[in-house]
Design a protein around this ligand. Structure first.
Ligand code: PGA
Length: 248
């Protein structure tokens, strides 16, 4: 059976001492866990958190990355700089990047390919806005984000791709998609992956759910056939709320 892949996206929270404390608490709480784990701190916290996670069963992630290796890109962080800190995973296409910072599918696709070229694993986030869901467009939006986001990604590189389905209306709002609704979209995502890459790759690709996942709803979500993990914001900021999700 596939493990679950449980990832914490700390977003723009914490300073170094608090981040180290939290990383230590999580490391301790999940040290015997059998699932796949990841923590993505802000860029400024990565070096300190890397020290804590060294030798643990938790991967080190980043929340974004530039699509270029180096040069005149003020304020950006390159894949080479992330690798230099020991980063193994990058979250790309998060809805906050898409909607607040206006990242397009095309830009996200170049970031995806750049990360893969450097053997950095990718969590590619997709998900619909509330008005898109109400207009019956949830599947179409996710399908377009996947097809464009993975354009030019080879079958071989798919082993380094995870998809996170994060309905935008559920992120940080306390509202969660019901396990049935989430599973339905996850099944559609798997259908798209099957169409693009065949049955085997579609089956093996992790599809995480994100959007107010917490200890009280995680078990029911993770029990669903097509939900292989979680990308967790708010509940990832405390070991007491993150660790229980890690055990399912
Ligand atoms: P949330 O965030 O768990 O706070 O809803 C999830 C995410 O945006 O990755």
């Amino acid at each position: 059976m596939k493990k679950n892949y449980i990832a914490a996206n700390w977003k723009m929270n914490l300073t170094r001492s608090k981040a180290v404390e939290l990383a230590k608490d999580i490391r301790e709480a999940v040290k015997d866990g059998k699932n796949k784990y990841m923590i993505a701190p802000s860029f400024t916290l990565i070096q300190d958190v890397a020290e804590v996670l060294k030798g643990s069963n938790i991967l080190l992630g980043a929340q974004n990355m530039c699509a270029e290796e180096q040069g005149a890109f003020t304020g950006e962080v390159s894949p080479l700089q992330l690798l230099d800190l020991g980063v193994q995973v990058v979250i790309l296409g998060h809805s906050e990047r898409r909607h607040i910072f206006k990242e397009t599918n095309e830009l996200i696709n170049s970031k995806v390919k750049m990360a893969l070229a450097h053997k950095i694993e990718v969590i590619l986030c997709v998900g619909e806005l509330l008005e898109e869901r109400e207009a019956g467009k949830a599947v179409a939006v996710c399908e377009e984000q996947i097809r464009k986001g993975l354009d030019g990604v080879s079958e071989k590189d798919m082993e380094n791709i995870t998809i996170a389905y994060e309905p935008v209306w559920a992120i940080g709002t306390g509202k969660t998609a019901s396990p049935e609704d989430a599973d339905e979209i996850h099944a559609e995502i798997r259908r798209v992956l099957k169409d693009m890459y065949g049955e085997e790759i579609a089956k093996n690709t992790y599809i995480q759910y994100g959007g107010s996942m917490k200890p009280t709803n995680a078990e029911a979500l993770l029990a669903k056939e097509n939900i292989d993990g979680g990308l967790i914001g708010g509940a990832g900021l405390k070991a007491e709320t993150f660790a229980p999700i890690c055990k399912f």
